[in-house]
Every structure is written in structure tokens, then in C-alpha cells.
Design a protein around this ligand. Structure first.
Ligand code: EPU
Length: 414
């Protein structure tokens, strides 16, 4: 796969863009399918490389997978619980969902340390604490986790932090445990509701997903089902920000606007002209943007995944904006790249200060992680001249057909 994206900036974008299904739902739903004893079908899988990695991992587990266009049919009938030492485990964070799924199904899993975007420390202690509370013993040796239980039993689990990954992993392991599990201070992201919906269609008994207390009554087995995945709120937010940065009239379709309340409200404060429909958001040419302060928080607060794209937009706003990152205090590598393009951003102690407006000019940049890549694409679209983004593979991990979608809006990108 080509690894460099080139953008000639300065064009005004116009038209419509269709948002794909949610990456961060899909990457949990696919491992969850191995809990079933029959075929699970997903109708609208996004075309991103994280899905390719998960399909490789399913096949490594001897799961039969058929992928045709956006449909993914997963038959775990012949699954073998082998040690997950496949190289794809380290390509993405979400391979850790096989810990909960395989532990739930086989009461044992052995897997090497998952990878993913470098956003600073990303411990999984809360996942492990949850598995232990369900009766599992966790061992870490030579880069491998072995997690094993005689049998899994329900328990009350309080999460010190409302972790998305820990909430989903515990739900998966508890779905086939004996008795009732309660997760307190559970994460409330829409992707968690989507995973609970899938598991319930498979026969699980999960209530409260989307609130901070989730109750899981273990069942004996889970069957197959057909599932449609929710739209990707981070992809949608990214295109809405693109519309605000360089759109004349951009319509972003297949959106659940409530999932984006925190972003839309900030954009309104900045003076972005928008029309929010039932399942779309229209953005109109917006000049004279005002600086704002933003703080990333667990859902329904402003998503950390949109902090990086939003920072690029803030370089266009008049005044001083402050960004406080409470989820990943080191998620600021994009700022150094933006400064090369002429931005005036200082970073310290989990915060960035953006002095705007600063015109941006093209440069040779590096996408250090997925959402940094998105931030740089937006910078390339608004910047004067040519921007070259290296290590574009990070971007293809999470943005379906991004070059095609942007070209359809009139961008000069290859
Ligand atoms: N945390 C712990 N211990 C744990 C788990 C998390 O201390 O056991 C901390 C993390 O270090 C972090 C915070 O809790 O400070 C939040 O982590 P969380 O577990 O909620 O995040 P995650 O499940 O690892 C998912 C998304 C991320 C997104 C975060 C926050 C997936 C595969 N990844 O990660 O998405 O930033 O939630 O919303 O769903 C992205 O798409 O670019 C991305 C990084």
C-alpha cells in the first residue's frame, strides 16, 4: 500500500460525503463474534486496514471468514484457541478484545501484548482487574499474557476510570460467566451500546449499556445473528471539521448528531455555520472563527479522538485557544507537525495553547498516529502549496476511502 499522501491545498470543498460504520465499534464487534456458536454477519464493515488485521487474526484462529464488499460473514464453528502470537496482534490496540472474547468462550487465552497508536502510556490493568474479579488468573511472561479460569463467575466490578476497552472486554467475558456481573463507572460511549446490542442479539442478557452501571446475567451459550454497525462519530466529526476549515457547502450524511453534541456545541461557539438534520450535518463557509478552550473527556464529553483534528481548525481562529487533554496527556505529536507548517502552538503538561490565526503552508510531515494523520490532512487542505504526509498507513487504519471521499468534495489529494 502506498505510504505517502500528497495534498495541494487552498481549494474550497463542496458536496456530500457518506460516513462509514464506526471503526471503534467494528473492532470490538468482530472479536465478539467468536463468542457465538453460529454464523455472525455484519452488513456494513468499513474498508479500513484495522479490519484487515482482525480478519487475519480470525483466520489464524481457524475461524471461517467471508468478506464481500462491506459484508463480513464470520463462522467460528471450527475455532481453535491457539496462542495469539501472530504479528497482526501488535498492529492495533483492539486485538485486546480477543482477550475477553476467548476467555469468555474457552476460559483461557494466551496472547502477546497488543499494539496500536502511540499516544503515551496505554495500560490494560483495568481489563485484567475485571478478568480477575470474574475468577481468572492473569500471568504476564516474556511479552505474553496468559489468562485462565476454572470457571468464570459474576462479580461487582468498579472501574477506577471509565475505560472503553475494559468495559467492553468485561462485558464479553461476563456474557458466558455464571451469575450476574455489575460494572460500575462503566464507559458510556455509543460503541459500548453497539457491542451490547450485538451480544444481546446473540442471546446475552446485558442491561444498562450507555449508562454508568451495566448488568450482565451470564448465559450458557450465544448464537449467531445479523448486525448493522452504528456510523463512525469520529469520521463524521473529522469531515464536519473539514467542512468548517475549507468548505463552501459540505453535507455530511449518515451521522447520529447526538453522538457529536460536544463537538457541534464547540463549533457553534467558534462561529461555524451549520445546519444539523436528523441524520446529517451541513456546514457552510465560515470566516471569522473565534478561539475557544476545549477539554477532552469520556463520552458524552468531547472525544479525545477529535482533539487533534480540531486543533488544526483552531489555528484559523482569532485569539488564544487552550486544549486540555485529560484522556491521553501525551497526545500532542500533531502540534509539532502543525508548527512546521506555520502554526503557533505551545505544548506542556497535557495542554496546548494555540495562538491564531496563523496561515499554514505546505511541508513534508509525518502522521505519527491515526488522528494526527487526520489533523495533518486538514492542515494540508487549508495550507498554501503542497503538503506531503508520510506514514499514511496510520490514516488508512481508521478512515475508509479518505482520498476518494475528499476528491469527491473537490480536494486535490493523491
Ligand atoms: N486506562 C487505564 N487502564 C486501563 C485502560 C485504560 O489506565 O486498563 C486509561 C488509559 O490510559 C487512558 C484512559 O484510561 O488514559 C482511557 O482509555 P480507554 O480504555 O477508554 O481507551 P481504549 O479503549 O484503549 C478507545 C479507542 C481510542 C479512544 C479511547 C478513548 C478503540 C480501539 N480505541 O481506546 O481510539 O481514543 O477509547 O475514547 O476503541 C482512535 O480511534 O484513534 C483511538 C485511539
Amino acid at each position: 500500500m502506498e505510504d505517502v499522501i500528497k495534498i495541494r491545498g487552498g481549494r474550497k470543498l463542496n458536496g456530500e460525503v457518506h460516513i462509514s460504520s464506526a471503526k471503534n465499534a467494528a473492532v470490538a464487534l468482530i472479536p465478539a463474534a467468536v463468542l457465538a456458536n453460529h454464523v455472525v454477519t455484519f452488513l456494513d464493515i468499513p474498508n479500513i486496514s484495522d479490519i484487515d488485521s482482525l480478519v487475519e487474526l480470525l483466520e489464524f484462529l481457524n475461524v471461517n471468514v467471508i468478506r464481500r464488499q462491506n459484508t463480513l460473514v464470520i463462522d467460528p464453528g471450527e475455532i481453535q484457541n491457539v496462542t495469539m502470537n501472530h504479528e497482526a496482534v501488535t498492529r492495533l490496540r483492539a486485538s485486546y478484545y480477543f482477550l475477553g472474547a476467548l476467555l469468555g468462550r474457552f476460559k483461557k487465552v494466551k496472547m502477546k501484548m497488543p499494539g496500536g497508536c502511540d499516544l503515551g502510556p496505554r495500560p490494560i490493568n483495568l481489563h485484567l482487574k475485571g478478568f480477575e474479579a470474574l475468577g481468572a488468573v492473569v500471568d504476564y511472561d516474556n511479552g505474553f499474557y496468559t489468562i485462565e479460569a476454572e470457571h468464570l463467575h459474576g462479580n461487582n466490578i468498579y472501574l477506577d476510570f471509565a475505560s472503553v476497552g475494559a468495559t467492553i472486554n468485561i462485558m464479553m467475558a461476563a456474557a458466558l460467566a455464571d451469575g450476574r456481573t455489575t460494572i460500575e463507572n462503566a464507559a458510556k460511549e455509543p460503541e459500548i451500546i453497539d457491542v451490547a446490542t450485538l451480544l444481546n442479539k446473540m442471546g446475552a442478557e446485558i442491561r444498562g449499556a450507555g449508562t454508568d452501571i451495566i448488568t450482565i446475567d451470564g448465559v450458557k451459550e450465544l448464537s449467531g445473528c445479523v448486525h448493522e454497525i452504528i456510523p463512525d462519530r469520529i469520521e463524521a466529526g473529522t469531515y464536519i471539521i473539514i467542512g468548517a476549515a475549507c468548505g463552501e457547502h459540505v453535507k455530511v450524511n449518515n451521522v447520529i448528531p447526538q453522538h457529536l453534541d460536544a463537538l457541534l456545541s464547540k463549533l457553534q461557539d467558534m462561529g461555524v455555520k451549520m445546519n444539523v438534520g436528523s441524520d446529517y450535518v451541513e456546514i457552510f463557509a465560515s470566516d471569522n472563527l473565534h478561539a475557544v478552550d476545549i477539554k477532552t473527556l469520556p463520552y458524552p464529553g468531547l472525544a479525545t479522538d477529535l482533539q487533534q483534528p480540531l486543533t488544526t481548525l483552531l489555528t484559523k481562529a482569532v485569539g488564544v485557544s487552550k486544549v486540555t487533554e485529560t484522556i491521553y496527556p501525551e497526545r500532542f505529536k500533531h502540534c509539532h507537525e502543525l508548527n512546521k507548517m506555520g502554526a503557533d502552538i505551545e505544548v506542556y503538561n497535557g495542554q496546548s495553547i494555540i495562538n491564531g490565526p496563523t496561515p499554514l503552508h505546505g511541508d513534508v510531515l509525518t502522521a505519527t498516529d491515526l488522528r494526527c494523520g487526520a489533523a495533518l490532512i486538514i492542515a494540508g487542505l487549508i495550507g498554501e502549496g503542497e503538503t506531503v504526509i508520510r506514514d499514511a498507513y496510520h490514516i488508512y487504519r481508521g478512515y475508509d476511502s479518505i482520498k476518494e471521499k475528499l476528491r469527491a468534495l473537490g480536494a486535490d489529494i493523491e
